[in-house]
Design a protein around this ligand. Structure first.
Ligand SMILES: Cc1cc2nc3c(=O)[nH]c(=O)nc-3n(C[C@H](O)[C@H](O)[C@H](O)COP(=O)(O)O)c2cc1C
Length: 558
C-alpha cells in the first residue's frame, strides 16, 4: 500500500484528528498571486468571445439524453472557440460584490481585495491550475508553448517552436484515440504554493478537486458544442515538467488535454503539408536528443514559501507509475456501487420515484456567467421541486472525466446521496440516489437540518435552509488499489468534476448552489451507513432557492 492510502485516511478523518501542521497561520499579506506571472513573456490578446452565439448547456449536462437538443457536430477547435472556452471557464468574467455570509465581505468593495469571478468554481477560490497551450503547425499561431494569462485573457508565448512531438512522446504509444493524431494540447499544471499557503497539508486534496472542476467545465462546454474533450492523467510527468521549466515538487503537470483541431482555414496546416496517413503536418527534422524547455520563470509574489511534507510525499507517491497507464478495464473494480450490487438493500425498501431529468434551453455561457456560490443565501420558504432535484442528481451522477483510464466513460466513479430538507413531495431524510432507476432509496428518515449544521465547519451557511444537500462518494481506496497511488488525482478530480456539474446544473435551473469541503466526513459516513465499506463522502453540495431580492452592486455600470 502506498502513501496515498495514508493520506486519504488522514483527509477523511481530519474533522476528528486534525492534520499536521495544526498551528499553521495563514499569512495573507504575503500570499501568492491567483495565477502565474511571467513579467517578460510576450503577450497576444485572444480574440473577443462575446459575439459567439451561446448554445444550450443540456447536452453537456445530460449527454445522450433522449429528446434534448442535439449539438451540431463540429470538425474541431479553432482559435475563436478555444478563446471562448478559456474565457468562459477560467477567465475573469465578473466581480463578486453581492452581500453574502463570508467573512471577506467587508473588504470586497476595495479594489485591492476585489474578488473576480470565474465560470469554474475553485476550492477556497484560489484557482491553482495553470493552463498552457502547446500548439503545433496546424494551429493558427507560430508553433510554440503558451501560457493562458487569465487576468488579461491573453496568451503569453513562453517558447517558440513545435514541442508537440515531446507531448506525444510523453503521452506514450498507448494513449487513447485522438490523443496522438493532433498537434494541439492544453497542459494543466498545478502550482502547490498557490493553494498550500492557505490549506497547508490538505492542499494536495484540494488541488485535485480544482483539476476536476476545470476539466469538467471544458467537457460540458465542448459537449454542448458537439466536441469531445478528455484529460489524460498518465504520462511522462518529469518530461512535461521539464518542458514547462518547473520543479515538480513546486509545480507539476497534472493533465494533458488533446484538442481536435479544425484544420480548415485555421492556419498553416493543410493537405499539402499533411503526412501520408496522418492528419498531422510533416514534423520538422530536429535533433532527437534536443530537449527544449521554457526559460521564462514565474515570478512568485510571496517572500516566504513554506513546504509541507505531506504535499511533497503525495507529489512523489502520485508520480510513481506515471507512465504505466492502467488498462481501460482496470477501473471496473472501483466503480461506484449501485443498489443492484449491494446486498443490504431489499425489495421492501422504501423508494421514491423521481420525475425524468430535464434542463431548460439555458445557454452554456449564461450558466457559467450566472454560476456562483450561494454563501448563506439559501431560503427554505420556497421548496425545490422534485424535477429540479432529479435533474441535478442526474447531471452529477452522469459525470465522467472519461480520461485515459476510461476513454469511453463506462465506469461511474461517484455515487450520489442526498439529504432532503425542503423538496416538494419528498419527505425529509437521507437517501441513496439510483441513477439507473431514477429514484431515491430512504437511508434515514426525518429532519436532517441539525445534523447537517453540526457537521459543517464554517459559519457561512445555514444548511437547513437549503432544499437538499447532495453528497458524492468515491471509493477512493478502491481506486488506489485498482490503478495505484496516481489514482488519487483521478478519484478526487472526479469529485471536483461532480461539483462543477452540480454548480452548472443548478445555475441552468436558476437555483442557488454551494459546494463545501469543510465538513466532518466520518459523521456523514456514519449517518449514511457507509462505515463498513469503502465509499468516502468527499463533498457536500447544498442546493436551494435563495432569498428574493438580494443586495448586489452592478460594478460594470458604476
Ligand atoms: C471542491 C470545492 C470545495 C469547496 N469548499 C468550500 C467550503 O468548504 N466552504 C465554502 O463556503 N465554499 C467552498 N467552496 C466554494 C468556493 O469557495 C467557491 O467556488 C470560490 O470561492 C469561488 O466562488 P464562486 O463559486 O462564488 O465563484 C468549494 C468549492 C469547490 C469547488
Amino acid at each position: 500500500m502506498g502513501y496515498a492510502h495514508e493520506y486519504a485516511h488522514a483527509v477523511l478523518h481530519r474533522g476528528r484528528v486534525p492534520m499536521e501542521p495544526t498551528d499553521h497561520v495563514v499569512n495573507w499579506a504575503d500570499g501568492p498571486r491567483r495565477g502565474k506571472y511571467y513579467p517578460r513573456a510576450e503577450a497576444f490578446a485572444l480574440p473577443e468571445t462575446e459575439d459567439l452565439p451561446d448554445v444550450p448547456i443540456a447536452p453537456g449536462l445530460l449527454p445522450g439524453a433522449a429528446g434534448g437538443p442535439v449539438p451540431e457536430p463540429r470538425a474541431g477547435f479553432g482559435l475563436p472557440l478555444l478563446s471562448a472556452m478559456l474565457k468562459d471557464s477560467y477567465g475573469l468574467t465578473g466581480r463578486r460584490l453581492g452581500v453574502q455570509a463570508n467573512t471577506d465581505l467587508a473588504g470586497l468593495p476595495y479594489y485591492h481585495h476585489a474578488n473576480w469571478s470565474r465560470g469554474t468554481a475553485g476550492g477556497g477560490g484560489l484557482y491553482p491550475v495553470s493552463v498552457h497551450w502547446a500548439s503545433g503547425p496546424s494551429g493558427p499561431l507560430t508553433p510554440g508553448l503558451h501560457h493562458y494569462d487569465v487576468q488579461r485573457h491573453a496568451l503569453q508565448r513562453l517558447l517558440t517552436g513545435d514541442v508537440t512531438g515531446r507531448v506525444r512522446e510523453a503521452l506514450g504509444p498507448d494513449a487513447p484515440d485522438g490523443a496522438l493524431d493532433t498537434d494541439q494540447y492544453l497542459i494543466l499544471g498545478v502550482k502547490y504554493w498557490q493553494n498550500s499557503f492557505k490549506y497547508n497539508s490538505f492542499c494536495f486534496h484540494v488541488v485535485c478537486t480544482d483539476l476536476g472542476t476545470l476539466a469538467q467545465t471544458w467537457r460540458i462546454w465542448a459537449a454542448a458544442r458537439g466536441l469531445r474533450l478528455a484529460p489524460a492523467l498518465w504520462f511522462d510527468e518529469p518530461a512535461l515538467n521539464g518542458l514547462l521549466g518547473v520543479e515538480g515538487e513546486e509545480e507539476a503537470v497534472f493533465a494533458v488535454v488533446p484538442l481536435r483541431w479544425d484544420g480548415a482555414g485555421s492556419g498553416r496546416g493543410g493537405p499539402d503539408t499533411a503526412r501520408p496517413g496522418s492528419a498531422l503536418p510533416e514534423a520538422p527534422r530536429t535533433d532527437p536528443d534536443h530537449r527544449p524547455a521554457v526559460r521564462h520563470r514565474d515570478a512568485e509574489r510571496s517572500r516566504t514559501l513554506l513546504g509541507f511534507p505531506q504535499v511533497r510525499a503525495m507529489h512523489r507517491a502520485t508520480l510513481e507509475g506515471a507512465t504505466a497507464r492502467p488498462s481501460p478495464g482496470a477501473l471496473a473494480a472501483a466503480a461506484a456501487l449501485t443498489d443492484t450490487t449491494l446486498t443490504d438493500t431489499a425489495d421492501g425498501d422504501v423508494r421514491t420515484p423521481l420525475p425524468a431529468p430535464a434542463f431548460p434551453g439555458t445557454g452554456v455561457r449564461r450558466a457559467l456567467r450566472e454560476r456562483r456560490s450561494s454563501f448563506g443565501r439559501f431560503d427554505a420558504r420556497r421548496e425545490v421541486s422534485a424535477g429540479h432535484l432529479s435533474s441535478v442528481l442526474a447531471a452529477c451522477a452522469g459525470t465522467r472525466l472519461a480520461g485515459d483510464t476510461d476513454p469511453s466513460g463506462e465506469h461511474r466513479l461517484a455515487r450520489l446521496y442526498v439529504f432532503v430538507n425542503h423538496v416538494a413531495g419528498i419527505g425529509p431524510g437521507a437517501y441513496a440516489y439510483d441513477p439507473d432507476r431514477g429514484d431515491l432509496r430512504a437511508v434515514v428518515t426525518g429532519p436532517q437540518g441539525p445534523f447537517l449544521q453540526e457537521n459543517y465547519f464554517l459559519a457561512n451557511y445555514n444548511l437547513e435552509q437549503a432544499g437538499a444537500v447532495l453528497v458524492p462518494t468515491v471509493r477512493t481506496t478502491a481506486v488506489l488499489d485498482a490503478v495505484g497511488d496516481r489514482g488519487y488525482r483521478l478519484a478526487v478530480a472526479t469529485a471536483g468534476a461532480v461539483a462543477q456539474s452540480f454548480y452548472l446544473a443548478a445555475s441552468a435551473l436558476g437555483l442557488g448552489a454551494g459546494v463545501a469541503l469543510g465538513f466532518d466526513n466520518v459523521s456523514y459516513a456514519e449517518r449514511l451507513g457507509l462505515t463498513d465499506g469503502d465509499e468516502a463522502p468527499l463533498l457536500i453540495m447544498a442546493l436551494g432557492h435563495e432569498r428574493p431580492g438580494p443586495a448586489d452592486f452592478r460594478h460594470e455600470i458604476a
